[in-house]
Design a protein around this ligand. Structure first.
Ligand SMILES: CC(C)(COP(=O)(O)OP(=O)(O)OC[C@H]1O[C@@H](n2cnc3c(N)ncnc32)[C@H](O)[C@@H]1OP(=O)(O)O)[C@@H](O)C(=O)NCCC(=O)NCCS
Length: 335
């Protein structure tokens, strides 16, 4: 029986910083509203016409992660690509990343679990490594939200929250069972699928149908979010799934060296921090600078925490996410 362990991390954020004041110039919002409700000060948006896309941003983050891991792309046995905003409707962004990395053939799988995508991908990679089937797996999360948001006042409750970016992690086989991914805990509840969703374009709302309707009030191709319902479920599920991971490993909240929650909303992270009685140094947040980057948010935060020397060998690290689906999960790691 093997364990799996993260041996390299990388992140990439587009250069273009969009502040709350920038948004207030194009929609009816304010810095004060956004900061009070979400904790976000600024986010990054891809500049239209630049070569940034989910796969190219993932490529940049992956190169850093591979370099830090000290392994070549050709040594990868598998790519797992978490995104809700793939470059193309099909095929998935994983194959595009594979080509950019110059790997002629390997399995490349997209994981469409939205904000929980990185947790699901880590759990999947962990199982492939534990089973002995693969040794080195690249897991990435990357999103281009900005191109598809309603940037008018109509879409303000959603569009102020989301940002673009990519994060990557290289996992490898670990023979010492005291280190690495200790457990993952995954859930979904499709009853709430439409509460945080994008209906069109899809097979329920094909592009020709949208074009034929030619309706300026059609919002079906913008993301929809029932904010208050998401908030309520998020704080309950975050708490449950972190508790489950702690119990499973016989850890207590005081044992956590660093909790990295999916950066959904600073108020959600603060609620979870309080619920577990964690100090500020036990929780890492960077939503202030990047907004909510969905599947990319945990790998970006994990990379930044590592770069800031907040993660040391032997530390107990807890990752947790909640998002569209609804989906949620946690991963418990001894670094
Ligand atoms: C989205 C969210 C910040 C909205 O906060 P809220 O306190 O629920 O706010 P409401 O939706 O009740 O709206 C309150 C008012 O602010 C207005 N408003 C919404 N967005 C606004 C914006 N960007 N700027 C200014 N006002 C805004 C609303 O129109 C409403 O006005 P009204 O009272 O005149 O009708 C909050 O619901 C939330 O954080 N939900 C979770 C979202 C999340 O984490 N999503 C990611 C999941 S992975």
């Amino acid at each position: 029986m093997f364990n799996s362990r993260i041996i390299g991390l990388g992140k990439y954020l587009p250069d273009n910083v969009v502040t709350n004041d920038d948004l207030a110039k194009i929609m009816d919002t304010s810095n004060q509203w956004i900061v009070e409700r979400t904790g976000i000060n600024e986010r990054r948006h891809i500049v239209k016409g630049s070569d940034d896309s989910p796969s190219t941003m993932a490529f940049k983050a992956s190169k850093i992660a591979l370099n830090r891991a000290g392994i070549k792309a050709s040594e990868l046995d598998m790519i797992l690509f978490a995104t809700l905003s793939p470059d193309l409707y099909f095929p998935g962004s994983g194959v595009l990343l594979q080509e950019l990395l110059g790997i002629s053939t390997c399995p490349s799988m997209d994981i469409r679990m939205q904000c929980s995508g990185f947790i699901y991908s880590i759990a999947t990679a962990d199982q492939f490594i534990k089973s002995g089937m693969y040794k080195n797996i690249l897991v990435v999360g990357a999103e281009n939200h900005s191109g598809g948001l309603d940037m008018s006042s109509r879409g303000r409750a959603v569009s102020v929250i989301f940002g673009d970016g990519a994060g990557a992690a290289v996992l490898t086989r670990e023979n010492d069972e005291n280190f690495g991914i200790k457990s993952s805990h995954l859930y979904s509840e499709g009853k709430y699928a439409k509460e945080l969703s994008l209906i069109g374009p899809s097979t329920q709302r094909w592009v020709p149908e949208i074009m034929d309707a030619n309706d300026p009030n059609d919002e079906s191709y913008f993301p929809f979010m029932n904010g208050q319902m998401v908030f309520k479920h998020a704080i309950t599920r975050f708490t449950e799934v972190i508790n489950e991971g702690l119990k499973f490993n016989n850890w207590e909240s005081k044992d956590i060296n660093l909790l990295i929650p999916h950066q959904a909303n600073l108020r959600i992270s603060q609620f979870v921090q309080k619920k577990f009685g964690l100090s500020d140094s036990q929780v890492f947040n960077n939503i202030m600078n990047y907004g909510n980057t969905t599947a990319a948010s945990i790998p970006i935060a994990l990379t930044e925490a590592w770069e800031k020397n907040k993660i040391k060998p032997g530390d107990k690290i807890v990752l947790a996410a909640f998002g569209s689906g609804f989906t949620w999960g946690s991963t418990m790691i001894v670094w």
